[in-house]
Write a protein that binds this ligand. Structure first.
Ligand code: T4K
Length: 376
């Protein structure tokens, strides 16, 4: 069996069938039905956040948030991310200003933010990449000093806590993704977590449903980004198994670390508990197993990726290329202006990691990695 970078978590089939069966009576399939509302309530409780506005996917949640805030001008952000982050900024009519990241964990480097601030800057959009927590305190101080909004792309950070506080409570809003490949999934899905801004939540609710207030009034130029009852049902089922799934992921990740820590030229970029590059304690969700491969390993990242692939292991280069190197943004950015991000994008490989990955499967991947550098 091939080993992919991840494998979507599914509840027992009977559990999902039980969850959706009432829809054969109600015929209510979408547009904020009972399952949607139940999932929203359960997520608010589970994530420890005041308000959670559900979306059809993480990307539309991010784009809608930027639009709902009525931002104009420049947004300081990271190029070391999935396409969605940068695309959301551009599609919302804003200008991304690329800021470099920290070598240790790939999150935005606060020391690089302030020199990029101009009179046009309106917001900072950092990413908790791999579930690694950004330097939330330093970013908050910078934003406060300059009167900027903060929107966290927390697509990878479902359930992560920092200093025992839910990470999604930082900033003005945090966006989650519930895509099939994520730690928690509703097949497709996403949410905006908001702590103290009821007006923002109301606007988000309008935007995701064409701006419709009621049968008489359409107040916003919205779009369709609603979560269906089938997706919400999958979310409800998966949420029941989430803590257990994270435990399974953490034990697989810890086996990887036991086997691969200390290998010359190999460095873990995914954080573990209490080892946060920013000095605060955090509870990891073991979202990814990201390792940086440097020269001393004996072969580069792409060669290791090929060796793994020829052994049926399909590791992924999250995130290569950096978004400021995309063909669609040609001429807009200088990718050399973010050298750390660029280097990480050439070095990092995400090894297979999913709930239910057996120790034998982890060992198989490790054996191939160690064999590649003659350390087996
Ligand atoms: N911000 C950040 C930082 C993000 O990483 C993402 C999404 C977003 C925002 C936007 O959130 P969404 O709008 O997607 O909710 C995947 C995901 O599609 C994407 O959600 C994710 N980031 C990105 C990091 O990874 P691909 O192109 O790598 O996916 P794909 O189809 O190659 O799948 C990877 C592996 O996952 C497969 O080899 C096997 C496994 N898989 C995949 C699917 C689709 C499954 O086991 N089941 C499945 O249904 O982008």
């Amino acid at each position: 069996m091939p080993l992919y970078v991840t494998r979507a978590s599914l509840p027992p089939l009977e559990e999902y069938v039980r969850e959706i069966s009432c829809m054969w009576e109600s015929h209510w399939l979408t547009n904020m039905g009972q399952k949607h509302e139940k999932l929203r309530e359960e997520l608010e409780c589970y994530l420890g956040v005041n308000r959670c506005v559900l979306f059809g996917n993480g990307h539309s949640a991010l784009e809608a948030t930027l639009l709902a805030m009525g931002l104009e001008g420049e947004v300081i952000t990271t190029p070391y991310t999935f396409s969605s982050t940068t695309h959301a900024i551009v599609r919302a009519g804003l200008v991304p200003i690329m800021c470099d990241v920290k070598r240790e964990d790939g999150t935005l480097d606060p020391a690089c933010i302030e020199p990029l601030i101009t009179s046009r800057t309106c917001a900072i959009l950092p990413v908790h990449v791999y579930g690694n927590v950004c330097d939330v305190d330093a970013i908050a101080q910078i934003a406060q000093r300059h009167g900027l909004r903060i929107v966290y792309d927390a697509a990878h950070a479902f359930g992560v806590r920092v200093n025992d506080v839910p990470v999604v409570t930082y900033g003005d809003a945090s966006i989650l993704s519930f895509h099939a490949t994520k730690v928690f999934n509703s097949v497709e899905g996403g949410a905006v977590c908001v702590n103290n801004d009821e007006a923002l939540c109301s606007k988000l609710e309008l935007l995701r449903n064409f701006g419709i207030v009621d049968e008489d009034e359409v107040a916003e130029v919205g779009f369709n980004a609603k979560m269906s009852e089938f997706h919400a049902s999958m979310g409800l089922c998966n949420l029941r198994h989430h803590s257990h799934n994270v435990e399974l992921r953490r034990s697989a990740l810890s086996r990887y670390r036991d086997r691969l820590c200390g290998v010359r030229g190999l460095r873990f970029v995914s954080g573990v508990d209490n080892v946060c590059a920013n000095g605060f304690s955090f509870t990891s969700n073991a979202a990814y197993c990201a390792v940086a491969v440097s020269e001393e390993f004996g072969m580069d990242r792409d060669a290791l990726r090929s060796v793994l692939a020829s052994n049926g292991i399909f590791a992924r280069r999250y995130f290569y290329p950096c978004t400021n190197d995309y063909a669609c943004y040609k001429g807009m950015f200088d990718p050399c202006a973010t050298p750390v991000a660029r280097q990480l994008s050439k070095q990092v490989l995400c090894l297979p990691l999913f709930a239910g990955m057996t120790i034998q499967e982890v060992d198989y991947v490790c054996d191939v990695v160690l064999g590649a550098c003659d350390e087996l």
